[in-house]
Design a protein around this ligand. Structure first.
Ligand code: DX5
Ligand code: ZN
Length: 225
């Protein structure tokens, strides 16, 4: 199944609650939540209190992308804040195997993110055990960047490994996805599509409807489930 995961990094924070309500009414199932610490990435975004607060009246699946150093320190906090999927960066964790086990032992879905320059081989042994691989298609830290084309090869490779081994992980792609790039990432084999600026700039309701339709049509045209 193809899934849209709008990134609230580009949302209008003074109207966050009403924007989320509209997304939910339009049938958006996932919400991508970018946590940044000013260390792993240059910028600082928001953390647990914000997630906890939007959790109160939002039923979407919270796809929490932790762009923080040593995220293993905070797994319990993000679980308690209402995260459904916890995604840690392979580059930011010292003991990745124990961190994914920790997330799974909390009953949450577990994802591993890899930056553009990080080879798939670095996480190859963990692929049978995780729910999601997040392929960064820009260098993490900011919305509104241009997709790096070679990351498409990484998506294709991950898709091949998944199909050949009947692994279960979703392939999420994050960064620079818009009208020009969405078909390429879907064709390459990604099935969870993060979109920040392409959804929230200008008329976000229209954008959301448009991209939900693109995802639906891609499945239909390719006879996928
Ligand atoms: C970037 C974040 C992204 C960001 C994507 O580091 O991880 O989720 O919000 O924004 P766009 O879609 O504008 O590239
Ligand atoms: Zn993200």
């Amino acid at each position: 199944m193809n899934i849209l995961s709008p990134s609230i990094l580009s949302a209008d924070f003074k109207n966050l609650s009403s924007q989320l309500k509209i997304l939910e009414e339009l049938g958006v199932a996932y919400l991508h939540i970018d946590v940044m610490d000013g260390m792993f990435v240059p910028s600082i975004s928001f953390g647990m209190p914000v997630i906890k607060s939007i959790r109160e009246d939002c039923n979407m699946i919270f796809d929490v992308h932790l762009m923080i150093e040593n995220p293993e320190r905070y797994i319990d906090d993000f679980v308690n804040s209402g995260a459904d999927i916890i995604v840690v960066h392979a580059e930011a964790v010292k003991h990745l195997d124990s961190t994914i086990n920790k997330i799974k032992s909390c009953g949450k879905q577990c994802g591993i993110a890899i930056c553009p320059a990080t080879p798939i081989n670095n996480i190859i042994h963990l692929l049978p055990f995780i729910d999601m691989v997040l392929v960064m298609s820009v260098n993490p830290g900011f919305g509104g960047q241009k997709m790096i084309p070679y990351t498409l090869d990484k998506i294709r490779h991950l898709r091949k490994i998944k199909d050949e081994n009947s692994f279960k992980y979703d392939i999420e792609v994050d960064g620079g996805i818009n009208a020009d790039t969405i078909t390429d990432v879907l064709d390459a084999g990604a099935n969870i599509i993060v979109m920040g600026s392409a959804i929230f700039k200008e008329n976000f309701e229209e954008n959301t409807k448009k991209y939900l339709e693109v995802l639906k049509m891609h499945i239909y045209e390719n006879n996928m489930e």
